[in-house]
Design a protein around this ligand. Sequence first.
Ligand code: PA5
Length: 458
Amino acid sequence: MQRKSVMDLDCANLFEDAIGPGHGLRPAEVDMLSERIEEYTADIRKRRGEDIGFMELPYDTRLADEIESKGRELAGWCKNFVVLGIGGSALGNITIQNALSPSFGGRPAGSGGKTRIIVLDNIDPALMRDFVEFVGPDLPETAFNVITKSGSTAETMSQFLHVRDLLRRTDGCSPEQQMILTTDPDPAKSLLRRLGEKDGYCMFPIPANVGGRFSVLSAVGLLSAAVGGVDVRELMEGAAAMESRCCSDVMYDNPAALYACALFKHYENGKPITVMMPYSHRLGALALWYCQLWAESLGKRNGLEKKDIFTGPTPIASVGVTDQHSVMQLYQDGPFDKVITFVEVDRCGEEGVPICGSAGVEPQLQYLSGKSFNDLFQAELVATRCALRDKHRPNCTLRLPEVSARTLGELFMFFQYAVTYSGYLYGVDAFDQPGVELGKQYTYGLMGREGCNPPRLS
Ligand code: PA5
């Protein structure tokens, strides 16, 4: 039997009762979107498994078997497992590793392995040089997962060529043995797939109906997770538990739909900035993953009728408590243009990390003695949330019992559904990204690719 979702969404501080009229939403403003949610849910059901596939991923047990088996094999011999990819082909991997591996290296509790996971999501020459120097002595014990849905992204393909060359030139190394390619299953669409088939590489598919930023629960995110010792079944179970809540057409039973509607209403009421602020060091990268999902899905020139609408909220990543001493000043006293989403974790790591005993503590610091870091961390979140409320700043909280594979799976699914509903509300196609294409074409032109024009430079 499927276990239940454990995430809770607290929206109270988005409404006028909490933050005051003119700042908070009137319940009727959100209620009036409930019929639209019924319509959108019906449309999502029709499209499910057709042109939208992310919600099907947690049920793919065959993939989980394959990933677990490949993950075990790789963890058996790899000192390093390196992901070569960018955007949606990298951020999910980074989020999983940051959330579930100990902060200063090492493996998730109980996994017992030794592989270091590296995600190389930039081609900055200094980074590439440092990377090759770093990995050089361990090259025969390093595996590379080249991830690109299109199978042609210049950044990833240049990394692929560079590493393949390196492996070819190094004694005891073999690209075909050490590189795993994750790409579109259709050779007509992916050059990497064609190349992998020709040379006999191990390959994993990214389903045709799953775009880059919606692919974290496919082989894209799961393989590095498995090699790193993450329980991928738990990740998928958590996602499935949330999926069963987010496919409801009743807005108040569907946290993703409610969240999307409330944030959209705030956007319409003049709050175009959405801040993602987990109070969890380990979820810091989730905020970056969220920013990409939000920005690339909703920031669009064209509406669904192909007319110019130039729309989309601006996402910002923050992390508690660190950013209380940075951007929080702006969030509390700056323009009334933001909505903040907190992620609150009941048990952040060890509950009882005591700050210190009371003996010998200066009188001014006695309030800290006998308390734990957990006490202080939670107090700071409550204090910040209340201060924002009292200053009429809309905020909401996603509450989790802990950071685990299961709750991370829930968060991934929640946000992917929320952005899907948001796409309908903003009237845009949440699944394309035409804006970044022009830059890609210009890059190809500048690099001399046949048939591509460079930009005008002055
Ligand atoms: O979400 C997306 O579609 C993008 O961010 C892509 O993941 C990114 O552009 C990389 O593309 P690809 O996976 O084709 O290399």
